[in-house]
Ligand binder design. Structure first.
Ligand code: FNR
Length: 350
């Protein structure tokens, strides 16, 4: 337990101090077709949307980051306040530590306390779900009165961590069972390696209600774990972090693949601006998630975070206006040009 909770602090510190991004999400390969005659009012651009039966003020999803150590409470408090104020959906970090040690639950409960009306996603790992079952997931949901539960997939991180869980067998069955028994909708999310069309089909068949692709090109767990290994002076043969920095499906490629399989999609992984969000929407995403870009402002203070979110929304509104889209529904119909590696990867060879 101590190891889980001190790992949380290692992650926050490394993510806020070091360069932990790798690869390319593919957003630079996407160009939205410019509307020289937008025929709408930029000040009237409407960001509201529907997701899993809820009305939300914006498609910006504050992606799962933290909780599980008392020193993470302030960051979660600020993220929650910002979510409540801006109307963003928000995910908490893995609740494993608090499920094992209820005295750590305060660092998660603060999110519902500060965001009484926000759409909140609980968070558990697929391996823990397989080990402990639906009851465990329901405890995570009730801890924060969540609106949905996100099951995270992070097998790249598990594969390279010296202490990782390497047996993934049976996780799909556990997800299927959760989908049929859970009191709230189930989302499955990757955490930086993306989801393919084949995996997406397995997940829809299991009954998941939305997929968060968590693609490659933003926060890199290979890089984060590589840095942790270096700090701990692990003997080189136990280190795999550096060898898997390039592994994963770029966010835009994953988005295009999963979109074609049906069902609501959250585009996360290297989304770095409101313009990236507009691109994700044009490619068919329902929501767009950001983790790392919000961490530094959340560690700084409430106003830094509110400013960052406001700026993202201004970028998104301007991009929508220049696409001729007054609503998110319009934005999803905007045409894009796809270039570079992304174009190569989505090409169908038959
Ligand atoms: C994460 N992420 C994450 N995801 C998850 O499901 N459970 C978790 O506990 C965490 N913890 C976590 C901590 C920190 C510090 C970061 C930066 C990220 C993954 C996150 O939700 C997201 O999928 C990826 O970070 C990709 O998005 P960005 O960071 O490239 O915008």
């Amino acid at each position: 337990h101590e190891a889980t909770t001190s790992r949380k602090l290692d992650h926050l510190r490394i993510c806020s101090e070091e360069d932990i991004e790798a690869g390319s999400s593919g957003f630079s390969d996407i160009r939205i077709v410019h509307a020289a005659l937008p025929e709408c009012d930029m000040d009237g651009v409407d960001l509201s949307c529907h997701f899993l039966g809820h009305s939300l003020a914006t498609p910006l999803f504050i992606a799962a980051m933290t909780g599980g150590h008392p020193d993470t409470t302030d960051v979660n408090r600020r993220l929650a306040r910002a979510a409540e104020k801006a109307g963003c959906a928000i995910g908490v970090g893995s609740q494993r530590a608090a499920l094992e040690r209820p005295d750590l639950a305060g660092s998660f409960k603060v999110v519902r306390k500060e965001a009484p009306t926000a759409f909140i996603a609980a968070n558990i790992g697929a391996v823990q779900l397989r080990e402990y079952g639906t009851g465990w997931a329901e405890k995570a949901v009730s801890m924060i009165d969540a609106d949905c539960v996100a099951v995270h997939l992070n097998f790249l991180q598990e594969a390279i961590q010296p202490e990782g869980d390497r047996d993934a067998a049976g996780c799909l069955g556990a997800i299927e069972e959760l989908c049929s028994d859970a009191s709230v909708p189930v989302i499955v999310k990757e955490t930086g390696s993306g989801i393919s069309r084949e995996t997406a089909r397995l997940l829809w068949n299991a009954g998941v209600k939305a997929i968060d692709i968590g693609g490659h090109g933003g926060t890199s767990w290979a890089k984060i774990e590589g840095i942790r290994e270096g700090e701990k002076n692990e003997p080189p043969l136990t280190r795999l972090g550096d060898d898997f920095i390039d592994w994963g499906i770029p966010t835009v490629v994953s988005l295009i693949e999963v979109r074609e399989t049906g069902g609501p999609v959250i585009a996360t992984g290297g989304v770095r601006s409101g313009v990236d969000i507009a691109k994700a929407l044009a490619l068919g995403a329902d929501m767009a998630g950001m983790a790392l870009p919000l961490l530094a402002p959340a560690m700084k203070g409430d106003s830094a975070l509110a400013c960052a979110i406001d700026h993202i929304h201004r970028q998104l509104k301007a991009a929508m206006f220049l696409s001729g889209a007054a609503t998110l529904r319009d934005m999803r119909r905007v045409r894009t040009y796809i270039t570079g590696d992304t174009r190569m990867m989505i090409q169908k060879y038959d």
